[in-house]
Design a protein. Structure first.
Lengths: 351, 351, 351, 351
């Protein structure tokens, strides 16, 4: 079963290289990406694109890395130009890794990983490219090998439709080579001790067996629906949600259309209103948990998730809950969000 | 556990008398109600109020009973006046039982059981009153003892939120007395052989053990929410659905407001349109099964279920699926059904 | 799924004819076999071979049949010679059916169905042959068509390894023809109303859906292990158990080696000892339920089940529980039962 | 639920201090114990008492600690005198921690933690005491506070009867204080970031939610049976197993009676025989997995587990499988092991 899972994950990441599975949540796979490739005091660049980038950044600092954050207002994805500026000021190649969150779960903003890769290539900079796909993998197109990603980080509980408890690193040859010289202390996360037994279908320590059975089934379900169909479904749900948001007269937090997330949508609440009140009403009246505003957008933004094992009517019910919640919580808005979403979904279903 | 289930069911039926549990679907409990109380050739009156009444009627004929059906157009519930006419023409008390479906699953029309009881009482007619509550129990108010019902028939898979496979008879003292003289051959369904071991917590033959564990849990869940709250929830969903239907410009099949079902709503499709086409589209595009038109309303009526383990957002999603389906299937209608339902649900949530 | 289950059951019964599935326990399928083929007052012959034969006999009487029981001491199976005598005294063919329990769950005695068939044939008697295989099907060889059985009765919770709640009739062409003239009132059990919708993959009323999913999986498991391997496994467990019993100095209730059951073994306790005391000790100390002595062997016989999803070590653990229970309960016996069983199992594993 | 789990674990560890829960397997909790308390290059002493001690030792080295192993032949537990010698040679208190495996899963040898504590106290040495209880907690008596343990490491899949995927640190005040000065890089495992949100019932990152529900139920089950009863049950199974082993003429690997494990028993196979062959036969013939000989006892020792959700008859079945396997695999032995175990279990059941 180990082999079925390990091999089955490769097309998911679109890689021919290695994938390892940790009995840990996604945060663990973040740590694995760092401790396997870097050494104490190494300089890393991270785009401060949202709360999870910010937590990953804090983790890097915790792990004694020198973190060089590219600031952002969270409404835009990673900016290749800003990275280029950093790289140009680094002729000594002190920057050892560039960390990007592909899809910020706190903001619903997607970053262009291919563009980041091109920026590194254009600058002829050897830094590793580490990418968090926790809320994008199996929901939006992702291509480890084609985009030249060195380590991709993911978890089990979003696009893979499983309970939390498994996390993953997809590892390029370059990353694996870097791990030979990495001096951050590591043991649980150490790739080489994983890869060796993995080859024979074993794990170096007790894996989360039950979740591996689930993973095998999830991979079968993904194959049955087809990755491209899954992406289309998520794109459709993202667009329907944004149409609802606009019809409500509210603002989608993400500012740039080609950065809209297909797995979740963050929505700005009007000034003077706290999103926590909306979420409280929706939870109490309709037993639905909306995502909170996190970090610097706490109070200002709430989030609607539309990913994983999810279909048009679940989305419709979700948007109905939000629309009723806006009314009940007294958030200034127009009705018509659900109507707009349904019109779009109907149109899409027709084609 | 047998005792917990048997005792726990009594407040559900609002009876202090006996309840028996069959390892069988609801149809089996129909048969039990008849074979325990009647004798070959006995005359029974049944209101032809829908497809399930019609199937129960056919069962009675299969069992060699003389069935005297009170015809109906299925859009109205059992008519006490029509029953009174029958009773008045039966001075010899040849009619041994009156069979009523409390809530017709095929039409969404509820019958007034208390009124039927009063009619029998007013006519001083001793016929037994047998009531099917398969799609009403735990969804709409029901009172075995107060309404003088002699045998109530129910199943596990609707208001009780379980898989199909258990069914029930709640039995009045009068029904139990009648069973002593009943001459329809019976063994599996024979009350007396059930009641005796039940007293000690046993069953006369292998029960559906796994479903009994589920039943015990369902009874706990019902107690936690409270029967009256459950009824209010179903009433709210019924009204929200009807508002959607009217906003679509369609017609609720049930004609009389005090007969509207709270557990499902049947909807007439416009002339020239076959409801099967609507259901096919909704199933294919949204993976939602609507109820088919059954028997004489096949092609004309589709049904929206809103009962059991169900909440406002599930209903909202359901109505969204119907609204989109109407559009996709080309059924002549107006939009605004979902909007109307949400307005009502929002209003109810406010209070 | 209906078709997968219905077709998949045929090789289990070794029939090319019809199989129907009831949402009911095995007792329901007993009733179905009778009410579909017989008419009020019909004479049936049944071998009084144990408690379940006796219950089936009582059911037949309940259903107004005239029951002609062939007495027995329960330690032997159905006696073809005794049947021949009955048949010879019935030149008018008043006997309409012969009822046999293939494997008596109360005694662990198996009857020779092929011999019963030959007896009917030799006597040129047209009575139907109705056989209960509740505790034999998928555990011991059974051949509906080859043995000329007219109705086979079975349930889900033994050889089929499912929870209780489904039961079956396998129906010969002759039985189906008889059903056209049968006058026992019936509706829930009526074959013709089952077979018609079954042809299109439907059921006439709500089936036990969840159990049908289980049945489909059970049929797959049976196919994977192979019926013949399953029979060998049960034979091995039966023999191992009997060797243990003899080593304990106790007596296997079944007297005739070719009638030993492979799915359970009933054991006589020494005079002066009540088997209920043994069972109570084993339940209290080891959380294991042994089968009680039923009917006329209550107090004298306890039963060890070894069927269904069961393997050598489960049997070994079971026998250990019995051996310790015998000691704890003070039943006069010799040790060595487990040792004898293990010797046999080891020997069998070697080959 | 977080609080129910966190508070509920304290009596299990017999501590009033802190417990943290990681979404990780036990190996992760090993790492957490080290990285939270120690700094790069710190010297740690570990008893080389078995394969898991050896793996933990390797982990410490991986994490840049200077590992000072006290050698052992694996048949004895941690030797306080050997520790005392180490401590006496360390007047500068360079040794920062002493690592002990309470119950070696690879050998079935238990170490005396209280004696280790006394040794540290007697030597007035401030080293932290870190203890692995992965295969002992909830199976054998363990007392975090009374024995002065600083960090206890455990996992979910043994005494706690859950699937693998959760692991734990129970943390003394002294360990918590040490963590303030610890300089090993850490983030995922960092106690302070766990304890802060834990106080409010949260986790710093996604927990293994489903396993937490299981943990809550496991804690209820443990409370129902009672810790002392659970220990007695494990003691009984350990003794019964050892009696079987001796009756087979084989040798229990653990040499010292007060170090016998109650959760598993390792057994030496006779010279010239490879335990892998025995395990292969038992797996193939009886579908039972025995534990392999690990590390330096590979080929020489096999292991019988008897812990967690386990009862007398499961143990009996297990021993039957071993006894038959010994015969089938041609391991030189005497029969009678099962008989000896049953005699003991019977005797214990009597009292």
């Amino acid at each position: 079963m180990a082999s079925a899972c390990l091999e089955g994950l490769k097309p998911i990441f679109k890689t021919k290289s290695h994938v390892v599975i940790y009995p840990a949540s996604g945060t663990g796979a973040w740590e694995a990406a760092l401790v396997n490739t870097l050494s104490p005091g190494d300089r890393v660049v991270i785009f401060d694109s949202g709360q999870f980038a910010s937590l990953w950044s804090k983790m890097a600092a915790n792990l004694t890395l020198k973190v060089d954050a590219i600031p952002g207002d969270w409404r835009r994805g990673a900016d290749p130009a800003a990275l280029r500026a950093k790289l140009d000021q680094d002729p000594q190649h002190e920057i050892k890794a560039v960390m990007v969150v592909h899809n910020e779960t706190s903001t619903g903003v997607k970053s262009n990983i291919a563009a980041i890769r091109r920026t590194l290539d254009d600058a002829k900079h050897p830094a590793l490219l580490l990418v968090d796909t926790i809320s994008s993998l199996v929901s939006m197109d992702y291509r480890q090998d084609e985009w030249g990603v060195d380590v991709t980080v993911c978890g089990s509980q979003k696009g893979l439709m499983l309970p939390p408890g498994l996390s993953f690193n997809a590892i390029s040859g370059k990353a694996l080579a870097a791990s030979k010289n990495s001096r951050l202390p590591k043991s649980y996360w150490r790739w080489e001790e994983m890869l060796e037994p993995n080859r024979k279908g074993f794990f170096p320590y007790t894996p989360s067996t039950n979740l591996l059975f689930g993973l095998r089934e999830a991979l079968t379900m993904i194959e049955e629906e087809g990755l491209d169909n899954i992406f289309k479904r998520h794109d459709r749900h993202g667009e329907a949600t944004r149409r609802a948001v606009r019809a409500w007269g509210l603002e989608v937090f993400a500012q740039c259309p080609d950065e809209f997330s297909s797995s979740l949508t963050a929505v700005l609440v009007p000034n003077g209103f706290n999103e926590a009140d909306l979420r409280a009403v929706v939870l109490r009246k309709f037993n639905m948990s909306l995502g909170a505003g996190l970090g610097k957008v706490a109070g200002k933004v709430f989030r609607i998730g539309h990913l994983g094992y999810f279909n048009d009517l679940m989305l419709a019910g979700t948007l109905c809950g939000v629309e009723m919640g806006l009314e009940l919580a007294g958030v200034h808005h127009q009705t018509g969000g659900v109507t707009a979403a349904l019109a779009y979904l109907t149109d899409q279903a027709q084609s």
